[in-house]
Design a protein around this ligand. Structure first.
Ligand code: NAD
Length: 437
């Protein structure tokens, strides 16, 4: 595999991980971000993202002289660093009506059209709606520049591992010889990886990403409704999920109950797929039901907390354990923990939140307090609500927590605690997906 010169636009979860992984494979990478503070931090060797191995990988890339950071796009595109491939890894947030907002991708495309020297290929790694590659071609106004769709499937909390050991690499290209040659050039980056490379058209590659995330959303909502059914019929979602997951057609992941699914991708991508279907007059009730079920799950967990508190939350102190959308990340974007906390707050609960990693995103009109440890959070609380599956929550001194609380109730919305051990500490425990018959 020849070493390539690569520009990566956007130094977030996807961009920084992509840049560092490519540099580790021996390519020369210039990573550009509009956030000057972030670039200054990265240049000083500091990585703000909580991702295992990422700081080490970034440091190694910089030491080897293969990884540079800049806040100026021309520095990443013009000599002495003209790239062979430009990876676009900028945000595509949920826009009006659920459609993805691709305005940043479009602005980047205009800049690339002005600045890119001949011979480079544009690689869209951001999650973008079907048709974006064609739209980018139009905005570039440069028929000489191939546009590839190369969606990313990494998960936060295991981003480096996922980039090094992907399940599959999807590369979508147009029909021109230049696009096809660029797709092969991109595929050559991955010859050392065991993952299958799927070469498709642009539209298929774009759709695969949305289809994958919406499918996961459906599976998660399916598990949460099954958990509700388990509670009603005396079954246990732990056993039911295991029994289901052993079928290779189903697979074990995403069958655990939760307070709902969230994060920066699943909700926005599910909405975007629904929006795409709507524009083609295709109903997609299955995906819509997954979203509705998710919303209901937030309410179901909030109801469990209210029940544990004795039926009324007004003025009741609740300790919320976990704010991140899942364990292993500090990311709270579209977090189910936040969604449940908001429902509790709306019913008058006084919330104290503890999360081992997530920052306080509540903003100026703080509607909850934060504690810097779980014991302070539990003081005088009537219920501890465990909303993120941080493994350390299972290892807390629950006997001490029980003593600190006003009334010792725990709602374990992630099923990470041992109810018998907690009950032995004097706590009453309410969980999800376990019936009592
Ligand atoms: P992020 O918010 O972590 O990072 C995006 C970065 O882009 C930020 O640092 C921001 O400052 C920078 N940026 C914004 N506008 C820019 C511009 N004009 N030029 C240069 N930099 C710019 O986002 P992310 O999580 O890395 O997601 C990026 C894309 O990848 C999105 O489309 C997302 O849906 C997709 N994706 C994300 C994940 C994930 O788990 N986070 C997984 C797969 C795909």
């Amino acid at each position: 595999m020849p070493a390539r010169k690569i520009a990566v636009i956007g130094a977030g979860y996807v961009g920084l991980t992509t840049a560092a992984t490519l540099a580790a494979a021996g390519h020369g990478v210039t990573c550009v971000d509009v956030d000057r503070d972030k670039v200054a931090e990265l240049r000083a060797g500091r990585v703000a993202l909580l991702e295992p191995d990422l700081p080490e990988l970034v440091a190694a890339g910089r030491r080897a002289g293969l990884l540079r950071f800049t806040a100026r796009l021309p520095d990443a595109l013009l000599p002495p660093h003209p790239p062979d491939l430009v990876f676009v890894c900028v945000p595509t947030p949920r826009g009006e009506g659920g459609a993805a907002d691709v305005s940043i991708v479009e602005a980047v495309a205009r800049d690339l059209g002005r600045l890119l020297p001949p011979g480079a290929a544009v690689v869209l790694k951001s999650t973008v709606p079907v048709g974006t590659a064609d739209r980018v071609r139009g905005l570039l106004r440069r028929p000489d520049l191939p546009v590839l769709s190369h969606p990313e499937f990494l998960s936060e909390g295991s981003a480096v591992h996922d980039c090094r050991h992907p399940d599959r690499l999807v590369i979508g290209a147009g029909t021109t010889p230049a696009d096809r040659a660029a797709a092969r050039r991109l595929a050559d980056l991955y010859t050392d990886l065991a993952a299958p490379v799927l070469l498709t058209g642009n539209a298929s590659a774009e759709l695969i990403k949305y289809a994958a995330n919406a499918f996961l959303a459906v599976k998660l909502s399916y598990a949460n409704t099954l958990a509700e059914l388990c509670e009603s019929v005396g079954a246990d979602i732990g056993d039911v999920g295991r029994g289901l997951g052993l079928d290779p057609r189903i697979a074990p992941a995403h069958l655990r109950p939760s307070p709902g699914w969230g994060g920066p991708c699943l909700p926005k991508d599910t909405h975007a797929l629904l929006d795409l279907a709507r524009t083609r007059q295709i109903g997609f009730p299955l995906v819509r039901a997954a979203l509705e079920t998710n919303d209901r799950q937030h309410h179901r967990i909030a109801d469990k907390v209210r029940t544990a508190a004795g039926g009324c939350l007004d003025g009741v102190r609740i300790a919320v354990y976990g704010l991140a959308f899942k364990a292993g990340t500090a990311d709270t974007r579209d977090s189910p923990a936040l969604a449940v906390a908001r429902l509790l707050h709306a019913q008058g609960a006084e919330l104290t939140v503890y999360d081992p990693a997530a920052a306080n995103p509540a903003g100026p009109d703080d509607w909850y307090q934060t504690a810097d440890n779980p014991y302070t959070a539990a003081k005088a609380a009537t219920v501890v609500a465990v909303l993120t599956e941080w493994p350390e929550f299972a290892r807390l001194d629950w006997a001490l927590i029980s003593q600190l609380m006003h009334r010792p109730h725990v709602v374990d919305a992630r099923r990470i605690l041992d109810p018998e051990a907690l009950e032995a500490c004097g706590l009453t425990v309410s969980t999800v997906g376990r019936g009592t018959r």
